[in-house]
Design a protein around this ligand. Sequence first.
Ligand SMILES: Cc1ncc(COP(=O)(O)O)c(C=O)c1O
Length: 368
Amino acid sequence: MSKPGDLALDWVRTLAPYVPGKPIEELERELGITNIIKLASNENPFGPSPLAIEAMQRALAETWLYPDGSGHVLKHKLAKKLGIDVNQITLGNGSNDALVLLAEAFLAPGFEAVYSQYGFAVYPIAIQATGAKGVCVPALPADSAMPLGHDLKAMARAINERTRIVFVANPNNPTGTWVDARELEAFIAAVPRHVVVALDEAYFEYTGDLPLQNGIEWLARYPNLVVFRTFSKAYGLAGVRVGYAVSHPSIADMLNRVRQAFNVSVVGLAGAAAALEDTDHVTAAVQVAVSERARVAARLQKSGTKVLPSAGNFLMLHAGPDAKARYEALLRGGIIVRPVGNYGLPEHLRVTLGTPEQNDRFLKAWEA
Ligand SMILES: Cc1ncc(COP(=O)(O)O)c(C=O)c1O
């Protein structure tokens, strides 16, 4: 044995860790500049509702106590809003946590889970951490109607008797691509009942006029479906880490067995519950993102940059062979976007839609 870390399980030692967006403070330290904008992690540039901020400030006085491990208040509010039963909800420390709970509960060495090439990077990590085999299905080609999107037909063919989970991100990050509601329902209906469909709707609120389905409405028909949502994006609460899974109560029961008893903090529970009260705040932020999505995409395309179709609060650009140099030039101008070489897309960059002013600053720098 050379290092004690070598004692870790094979599938952990060979795991490639998640690559996060560059934090603002890091760029400040590196370049000694200020007035930096981060368009790198699909956060909501308008932040959380003032009601959520007040609730979190009040909750600070309670932080010497453990949180309510059952998440009673938040779950009841969610159940009412979504028209589901409380026992269908599993709260997570971000939806990332809930995705990991699903993998822990359903996967082990000898089992398989299917996901799409260019699918959200957490899926292969969550799968591999259990020792199960991740089956990565080639995405749709770049010249298809939904370039680099999920190929549901090929994903269905990749399912076998060892498969326990198939991950579908709708829309997907980092591509922004989505699957049409009818095609997705046909896929879910055809998935064998020994396989759980993990439908990740982290960007659901940004759908706008696009033909995406609210997966929660399908739960009664497809008991092997699990829908994931988050407070990190449209609700502007990425920093306090609250997300959830909605499923058949028997699946929620299993996820709650592997869940840490206090996985969502006192501050997170208070912020999320209060954020649900302020639909105007969410609607306003989403409206800006949806209109900026069209405006920024049109402007980029006009100046010759190819942009993938997006149903999220971000756009994936084809930056070309000098993508890295363009990323670095943006950094020097105080603009952090997201390189996606770790997804096997070294010529692309992903940019989060910020405020209109931030987007203008990005466009100006991009076109310079
Ligand atoms: C598709 C998708 N799913 C899940 C997540 C996880 O988000 P969180 O853990 O903040 O809820 C993200 C975050 O970027 C995402 O893009």
